[in-house]
Design a protein around this ligand. Structure first.
Ligand code: ZN
Length: 295
């Protein structure tokens, strides 16, 4: 055996070790930080400030397809109509793409700060009798109420921040539309509702002295809507009035600046005017202090 061959044999274990180390380094990839998860701060809250409700304008099969594949739209939850089941499509801590260009009370682009629920419903059809919206089944609404309560409780979402897509994009969007029973959400203690007694008391005044367009725009803006401030009852302003009516006075949502709408807006922007019912009970009597600073 030559001297060179003997040296190679001596080196062989070292070469094998070096190769093994190199292989293991490749398998684990680049170096990673050392993270210790032993401690958690008490000083934190949810990124979700809003809950936004939608209808899908489609049946179950195509709703699921659009919201889960290549359509550039998604939502955290999809509530099926038949059978009624809530599907969890996007992690609540991640951003779903459901709101689009949107605004509420100084907040923009609400995808970043909201959780979205899509409800399977065909939306509306325009025919000879005008625009007709499809109803929701009570079973589906009951499920949406249960899901909403679960989400807002876990994330600490405030009642006045449970909104419809139309609220944050009036004119551009109509969903969940006038067939969506927001009053049931109020009766369930999920959202505040204008005190009916105060609305009735204020209507006669507004029937005699109708407020001007600037007054309507001011009230709508104070509630949170994105509304023109030009003092004109233009189409964008009528769209916002119609959106407000779909929610609080769905029997007539033509966008007309009538006395009842004025009274509703007045009460909605008056401290103590918006009442929050206790869950499972009839709407609560008027509280001694406003239920929310936002209203
Ligand atoms: Zn929508």
């Amino acid at each position: 055996m030559t001297k060179l061959r003997m040296n190679m044999l001596k080196l062989r274990p070292l070469l094998l070790l070096a190769a093994a180390l190199l292989l293991s380094a490749c398998a684990t990839g680049p170096a990673k930080p050392t993270i210790d998860r032993s401690y958690t701060s008490a000083n934190q809250d949810s990124r979700a400030l809003f809950l936004v409700l939608h209808y899908t304008v489609s049946n179950w099969e195509s709703s699921l397809k659009v919201l889960t594949t290549g359509g550039q739209v998604s939502s955290h939850y999809l509530v099926r109509d038949e059978p009624v089941i809530s599907y969890y499509l996007v992690d609540e801590n991640r951003r779903a793409w459901h709101a689009g260009a949107s605004f509420w009370a100084g907040n923009q682009n609400l995808n970043s700060s909201s959780i979205g629920i899509e409800i399977v419903n065909p939306g509306y059809t325009d025919g000879p009798m005008g625009r007709v919206y499809a109803p929701f089944s009570q079973k589906q609404i009951d499920e949406v109420i249960l899901l909403t309560r679960d989400i807002v409780t876990r994330h600490g979402i405030r009642p006045e921040r449970i909104l419809g897509h139309a609220d944050i994009a009036p004119g551009r969007k109509q969903d969940p539309g006038p067939m969506f029973p927001w009053k049931q959400f109020a009766d369930a203690g999920l959202i505040p509702w204008p005190d009916a007694a105060q609305v009735v008391a204020k209507m006669p005044l507004y029937a005699v002295l109708p407020p001007d367009a600037a007054w309507f725009q001011d009230k709508l803006a104070r509630i949170g809507y994105s509304v023109p401030r030009n003092g004109e009852l233009d189409v964008p302003t009528q769209d916002v009035i119609a959106t407000f009516q779909m929610k609080y006075r769905p029997s007539d949502y033509r966008g007309v600046n009538d006395a009842e709408t004025a009274a509703l807006l007045d009460v909605a922007t008056t401290p103590g005017g918006m009442l929050l019912a206790k869950p499972g009970l009839e709407p609560a009597p008027k509280p001694s202090s406003p239920p929310s600073s936002r209203w």
